[in-house]
Ligand binder design. Structure first.
Ligand code: NI
Length: 169
């Protein structure tokens, strides 16, 4: 089932999510829905708070579903190691229509659990590293705009407020 994706301003997007401790049917259904919702929105990643669930998990597929094996699910992710810096253009399904250049570590290793609750370690470079960090941010209530310098950030916020006022958000 495709779930609605919350947009900037929704409370769930701006609060820290809680660790998952139950890998039962509710979580399995949530993961299936998140994967379906991510593909339907043509996104490369989706975190649970974006569909209004305050749980620490995300799904990602940097191939947009074209390559089997690129679909990754990570529950209770934590940073194991990171290195380098890379600045690239970034967007978010919760901020449609906006992109900005964000500086992040170029390589990252995360630990966490797969959907069955088995401990896993995932490594990412390039786009995958960026998505990992972007989705990890969502679990702490941080959007990519929160990582921008104030001028660029305020410009985006002003445009969002204008869209909100005119009922287009
Ligand atoms: Ni996002």
């Amino acid at each position: 089932m495709i779930r609605p994706i919350l947009r900037y301003g929704a409370d769930a997007l701006h609060a820290a999510a809680a660790p998952v401790d139950d890998f039962g049917t509710d979580l399995q259904k949530l993961i299936d829905d998140m994967v379906e919702t991510m593909y339907a929105a043509a996104g490369v990643g989706l975190a649970a708070p974006q569909v209004g669930v305050a749980s620490r998990l995300f799904v990602t597929d940097t191939s947009f579903g074209r390559s089997i094996g690129d679909l990754l699910i990570l529950v209770n992710p934590e940073i194991f190691e990171q290195e380098g810096t890379e600045r690239e253009e970034e967007g978010c399904l919760s901020l449609p229509g906006f992109t900005a250049s964000v500086s992040r570590p170029a390589r990252i290793v995360l630990t966490g659990f797969d959907r069955e609750g088995t401990r896993v370690r995932l490594e990412g470079e390039g786009l995958r590293a960026r998505v990992f960090q972007h989705e990890l941010d969502h679990l702490d209530g941080t959007l990519f705009v929160n990582r921008l310098h104030s001028i660029r950030r305020d410009l985006i916020f002003r445009r969002v407020r204008k869209l909100q006022r005119t009922g287009k958000w």
